[in-house]
Write a protein that binds this ligand. Structure first.
Ligand code: AHR
Length: 508
């Protein structure tokens, strides 16, 4: 008979504290993410401020600790002053990144109000493309200075007597990308970022700054060189380096596609090494070392690229079960690297490559909503280094995504596992990548005994191409029967084919 796979859980083998900000999200002025997504005064489902209440409720289910705003590529030509003050006075602008008219009817203060309703912390990106370092400083002044200087007083005049106290600020977006307005080389970016950081910190010393890491992995680019330069130049100044990754099942090969989170993990390790090297030389006072922020990640996109690259319905994607498994894989990878990955933001919240999809009169939750919801509501505490012994496979050489080189993965385990421990409770997340085989697995505790009931949540569907829509939910989280676990050092569970399972129970 075939032997069971094994997952060994050892509460003493700790990777690091899970920062809940890895369950962050992202709202960009792009397509129908803001206008027609979170904000739609013309929808019957919106409140008196134009906020889509059904979208807000769905977003609340994701328990989002941190939300990045207002872009993305958008930010490289965004001038924040256009979006504050009386709405009738705000200038419409040509939006050059995604080609639609920016009416500026939604801006800084509308987003702050939205974030309060959602219960999320705002994370702002400044314009280091066409924007100036002065403009970045003035935005910090507007948001974070209580009173006195011009922009703090202007905020008060706009109806916000108390400062917004925005803690997280990123220094531009994807500045290595030739597609970025105001694109710079690594040296010039670092200089501009350092000067912007200086002015922003003089305005508010409590802010945390995120440098734009490499996003361009196309053949011919040199992402490692970009990261090395930025880290060397900004090692005393920034708190995070931002990395981005989008993958897609471009060749319609399931096994290749579901292995793609392993590439994110490889890149995490490479950048971690670069950070460690720079931290030895850094002069950071009592600041933490630099951490990694995967502040854009998702699946983007396969079928409709030409029609939806820009404009009103830019980047609208429909997701299926295999996409949900890749998202679970990304989240597992963040947990397995919890010592260095302290922030991550799914891109984006609604309509634009998003877990929530809305039209004027209805919305639905896409498949990728469910793994994120499970992690963001359950996986906290200390990340554990779980040992996994199961069958593996090799992929072909395959093309990961838009700004990506080809890759090939060997020895990909069919079971992709992460684990966390908090207050005597262990949470185990398992993707079974196997297409048609349930994998019977002994789950073994190395220290302490499993005891009592294990809650079991499963994201699955009839087939890997199953999608959700307004009138059908083919893929969602099913809470299975509770597993009764006798006081023992092991129990056995069969992970169904093409599924994500989250197990939650006690170790005593
Ligand atoms: O999330 C969509 C886009 O992807 C963002 O605007 C940009 O930063 C990235 O290229």
């Amino acid at each position: 008979a075939q032997e069971n796979a094994r997952i060994k859980i050892d509460i003493d083998r700790q990777i690091g504290t899970i920062n809940e900000n890895i369950y962050g999200n992202f709202v960009e002025h792009l397509g129908r993410c803001v206008y027609g997504g979170i904000y739609d005064p013309d929808s019957p489902l919106s409140d008196e401020n134009g906020i889509r209440t059904d979208v807000l409720e769905a977003a609340k289910g994701l328990n989002i600790p941190l939300t990045r705003y207002p872009g993305g590529n958008f930010v490289s030509n965004y001038h924040w002053k256009d979006g504050v003050g009386p709405k009738q006075d705000r200038p419409p602008r040509m939006e050059l990144a995604w080609e639609r008219l920016e009416t500026n009817q939604f801006g800084t203060n509308e987003f702050i109000d939205y974030a309060k309703q959602l219960g999320t912390e705002p994370y702002f990106a400044v314009n280091l493309g066409t924007g100036t370092i002065k403009e970045a400083q003035e935005w910090v002044e507007y948001c974070n200075v209580k009173e006195g200087p011009y922009y703090a007083e202007l905020r008060k005049k706009h109806g916000y007597p108390e400062p917004h106290n925005i803690k997280y600020w990123s220094l531009g977006n994807e500045m290595d990308g030739f597609w970025q307005m105001g694109h710079l080389n690594a040296e010039d970016y670092s200089k501009k970022a350092r000067e912007a950081a200086k002015l922003m910190r003089l305005t508010d010393p409590n802010i945390e700054l995120i440098a734009a890491g490499a996003s361009n992995f196309r053949p011919g680019s040199d992402p490692h060189e970009w990261n090395a330069t930025v880290l060397a130049e900004l090692r005393d100044v920034v708190d995070y380096i931002a990395l981005h990754m989008y993958v897609g099942n471009h060749q319609d090969n399931y096994y290749n596609f579901v292995s793609s989170p392993l590439v994110l993990e490889e890149r995490t390790q490479v950048v971690k090494g670069m950070i460690q090297r720079e931290m030895e030389k850094a002069n950071r006072g009592d600041r933490d070392p630099i951490y990694i922020a995967w502040d854009e990640y998702n699946i983007w996109y396969r079928w409709r690229q030409d029609e939806t690259m820009s404009g009103e319905r830019a980047l609208e994607e429909r997701y299926n079960l295999e996409d949900a498994l890749v998202i679970a894989g990304f989240l597992n990878a963040f947990i397995r690297n919890a010592d260095i990955v302290k922030m991550a933001n799914m891109a984006q919240l609604v309509n634009v490559i998003a877990p929530i999809f809305a039209e004027k009169d209805a919305m639905f939750k896409q498949t990728i909503y469910y793994p994120l919801q499970l992690f963001a509501n359950n996986m906290f505490g200390t990340a554990l280094d779980a040992y996994v012994d199961c069958e593996t496979y090799d992929t072909d050489e395959f093309f990961l995504g838009l700004a990506e080189q080809a890759t090939q993965q060997s020895n990909v385990p069919y079971l992709d596992v992460s684990a966390a421990y908090q207050n005597g409770e262990v949470v185990i997340g398992v993707v079974n990548r196997h297409l048609d085989k349930a994998i019977s697995t002994d789950i073994i505790s190395q220290e302490g005994l499993f005891d009592g009931e294990f809650e079991v949540f499963e994201v699955n569907g009839s087939d890997i191409k199953a999608e959700n829509d307004f009138d059908k939910t083919n893929v969602e989280t099913e809470q299975k029967d509770t597993l009764k676990v006798k006081k023992s050092e092991q129990f056995t569970y069969a992970f169904p084919p093409h599924s994500f399972t989250l197990l939650k129970g006690k170790i005593v």
